[in-house]
Design a protein around this ligand. Sequence first.
Ligand code: SF4
Length: 255
Amino acid sequence: MFHKITYNRKHDFATVHNYGCTFRCPICSYKLKSGADGIPGLSYPKPDKFLTIEEIKSTLLSVNPSSVHFMGGEPTVAGMLPEMLSFVKREMGAETVLGHTNGVNLSIPDLDAANVGLKAWHEDVHLKVTGVEKSRIYGELERAALRGMRVAANMIYIPGLVDVDQLSATARHLSAFRVPFHIMGYIPVPGQPYRRPTIDEMEDARRACREYIPDAEYSYLSPEEVLSLERNDDRFDVKVIAGSGCHRTLMPTAF
Ligand code: SF4
């Protein structure tokens, strides 16, 4: 369900924010805002009101952006997403992007691009974190790349859970599909036992991934920085143009 729309004038894109997710990952960064007892994938507090499809359409038309991003938890859980993608692409002539997705469903008509957050390479870790088999997510991503969709992937480096071996194996796999790859340093979420990687470990991870994807990069944000991304990156400097509730993304986006 979509509850808020923001607009970035400088980069001319709008973002439609969803509430809710298909997964319940224990390391979900939304817990940085909601705390250990918060339900992963949900922005807090729960919005008082959700936007109707007509409200979303009229708001987007009022700013006429060159691209529209859908994000927040997992945007493909929103039942109105297919109609929104069709409207944005066919009636507005704008690019359609899943700004962040867990990759559970990339086979949606009128979708131009997706930034996929992969969780793990090892099957047991993938199941432990997401509750679904790895092949379901990687298969979606591979099929999307093969049919020409612009896709990028990222994975969080979590020492003791998702280590360099999983990051480099993922990079090696993605290189066959020419999918860009970004490593994110884990920011400890409440109630979880994992620590933040060191900067040296991030450098090692990037070096390992660059064996397969030469321009692989990493983000190494502090908890304070991740809650105020707009200070260092003007793509996050947005104005709320409809709705209410939390709108901040907690992760850098590739598009
Ligand atoms: S898929 Fe992403 S938003 Fe959903 S629970 Fe997992 S980490 Fe959180």
